[in-house]
Design a protein around this ligand. Structure first.
Ligand SMILES: [Zn+2]
Length: 49
């Protein structure tokens, strides 16, 4: 599953426990994140395969 950060329009890999692959806490600004079926566009370690 991927999650999209609405303000930046970047799609991140989602890990269990409310963080992105690159370590952003998605529970902190929960209203800025939506589940996405799109391809991951974040190029940071952990999100990028
Ligand atoms: Zn990321």
């Amino acid at each position: 599953m991927a999650v999209k950060h609405i303000p930046t329009d970047v799609v991140h890999q989602e890990k269990k426990g409310g963080t992105t692959g690159c370590g952003i806490d998605t529970t902190r600004n929960n209203d800025q994140w939506i589940d996405s079926q799109q391809k991951v566009t974040c190029d940071k370690n952990g999100c990028k395969d």
